[in-house]
Write a protein that binds this ligand. Structure first.
Ligand SMILES: [Zn+2]
Ligand SMILES: [Zn+2]
Length: 182
């Protein structure tokens, strides 16, 4: 994994650790239980196969991506220990399994998202990594307005504040975004 992705993943790891440390005892026990469920052969580590089996059982198929497993595997030893698995539970809780539509890599850090699709609840969101955005390595509708995830987060705050007006006029949401047009 290249440097910037490593640093971004480190940020997610720290967030996951803080989240875990603040969990009530019961939920922390559940994490241990989930880990043991995943660890079928009870060797204290999760192989890619055990990982995939567990996610299929949990119907969390969006996580069945080698790039997510690799990003979770901090020490690159091909298996996940409990510390690394906590990050998976955190990502599952927060629904943060976002994959670049261009290169299919797990998006750990900053990324771009199509704002029209983001604000349209009837279609799925469309995200690409910075490198794919820069290199035009994706195909999406031609009038797409891409915003980075931090800008979108701020803009959804204004969209929520202006919600009564915007519920019927969805396109307004895109207009108020101060984003670059493709
Ligand atoms: Zn990409
Ligand atoms: Zn779109």
């Amino acid at each position: 994994m290249e440097g910037s992705r490593k640093a971004a993943m480190e940020g997610i790891r720290r967030a996951a650790r803080a989240y875990y440390d603040h969990l009530p005892d019961g939920e922390r026990k559940n994490a241990t239980k989930d880990f043991n469920d995943m660890d079928k052969n009870r060797d204290g580590k999760i192989s890619l196969l055990e990982y995939v089996d567990y996610l299929k059982k949990k119907k969390a198929t969006s996580f069945v991506q080698q790039s997510i497993f690799r990003a979770l595997d901090k020490d690159d030893n091909g298996t996940l220990d409990f510390e690394e698995a906590i990050v998976l539970f955190y990502l599952m809780k927060s629904g943060r399994a976002i994959i670049c539509k261009g290169c299919e890599k797990f998006l750990a850090g900053a990324y771009f998202s199509c704002s029209q699709c983001f604000f349209n609840v009837s279609v799925s969101t469309y995200e690409i990594c910075c490198a794919c955005y820069r290199g035009n390595n994706f195909t999406h509708h031609g009038d797409a307005i891409f915003c980075d995830n931090y800008t979108l987060l701020r803009q959804s705050r204004s969209a929520i504040q202006a919600a009564p007006r915007l519920t019927r006029k969805r396109d307004k949401a895109a207009q108020i975004l101060n984003c670059s047009i493709m």
